[in-house]
Write a protein that binds this ligand. Structure first.
Ligand code: DQA
Length: 142
């Protein structure tokens, strides 16, 4: 069984992207941490990062048979309606993760079009948020 780890635009350069906001862990570090956590259930990680929405939508569509998902949509949180529709058809629990505390930042980051569909949301805990999301799936998914 696989857990889908989905990262949106500008998250491929994690570690080198405004580290004062997003930290110094790379996406590879994040993928390794999530893999480590979900191995407790014998699950593997399918990690997908795309800078545009179409790749993310395709990744969701291609992984409707995964056990759960962790999604950091990046700026697509604001108006990623196509990604939202893809996730609306995702049959398993999924969690939204933001590295930064989006509510402590500009007001255009204060609403996510995806969050109402998520089982839960973690924001502001940096890369640790992904690890905690993975742990949540490990502990809650049937
Ligand atoms: C982010 C927050 C978004 O507002 C921003 O556009 C990102 C990263 C985060 O992880 O804190 O790309 O999703």
């Amino acid at each position: 069984s696989d857990v889908l780890l989905l990262n949106g635009p500008n998250l491929g350069i994690l570690g080198r992207r405004q580290p004062e906001i997003y930290g110094t862990d790379t996406l590879e570090d994040v993928e390794r941490a999530v893999a480590e956590e979900v191995s407790a259930r014998g699950w593997r990680v399918v990690a997908e990062q795309h800078d545009c929405e179409c790749g993310l939508i395709r990744a969701v569509q291609d992984n409707y048979d995964s056990v759960g998902a962790i999604v950091n949509p990046g700026a697509l949180m604001i108006a990623g309606w196509g990604l939202r529709d893809a996730l609306a058809n995702y049959p398993r629990p999924w969690l939204e993760v933001h590295l930064s505390n989006v509510w402590a930042r500009e007001s255009f980051r204060h609403e996510s079009v995806l969050a109402p569909l998520a089982s839960g949301l973690i924001a502001g805990l940096g890369a640790l948020g992904y690890r905690l999301a993975a742990r949540a799936l490990v502990n809650t998914v049937e």
